[in-house]
Unconditional design. Sequence first.
Length: 291
Amino acid sequence: MSGIKSKPYKVFVTRLDMPGDCVELLDTQVKGVNGVYCCLNDKIDKAVLDAAGPSLKVVSTISVGVDHIDVPECRKRGIRIGYTPDVLTDATADLTEARSGGWVSWAPTWMTGPGLSGSTVGIVGFGRIGQAVARRVKAFNTAQILYYNRSTRPEAKDTGALKVDFDEILNKSDFIICCAALVPETKEIFNKAAFSKMKPTAIFINTSRGGTVDQVALIEALKNNTIRAAGLDVTTPEPLPLDSELFLLDNCVILPHIGSATIEARDTMGELTANNILAALNGKEMPAEYK
Ligand SMILES: O=C(O)C(=O)CO
């Protein structure tokens, strides 16, 4: 793996079905102590870090999101964090929406929705994935792409995306796409007030984290037609309980957090996660260290 000759270390891998060759490769190279290889649904909190003890040197997650890891606590203990940026950007940006069942016959208005052509698309969170989404929607002949982001992104010139404030993106967008990382500032940023500022024809899409949305407020907004519809690849909790009202709404499409689910992306993520661990344990520069 990446030609790194590893000393014997012990790595705890939270699942047996990690993609790529990572488990086998790590298994053959690690004995002893010191790394955790985890998924986005493994909470790596203080209790876990305590249980691992001072031998733990690296936590490597097979995800770009790190909201399941207690980052400040890792910093305090000198534990390095590996993640998987870039390698899932295209797969996640490719994801739009899908629906199953109920196909009786073709009908003129059945399953219709507004097209992207001529529309204003607002992207909240203009990092790697947000920018990749902008490149894709631009190809659909959109009238305008807006973005909301903490910092101005020079890459926006590639798509002509315009930085606006949060209220403006809510007021003006026909499609609002959340690509923002879940951090304290974005927690439930899409709340009742936010939905009430959107157009009644707006479509809300979330491919980042369910925690960016006040889900009760979203359900109300969909039920009251405050907005037209939502497409969610992420929810709170995950998996979404079968009795969730979201499943009953015919203006909400739900996917099971599959934004990055191409074989290529997941294999690359799996191997990057393993390589992050090996590099950290061998005192090398990690291929993708979360800083
Ligand atoms: O990598 C992540 O953070 C994901 O959500 C995987 O789709």
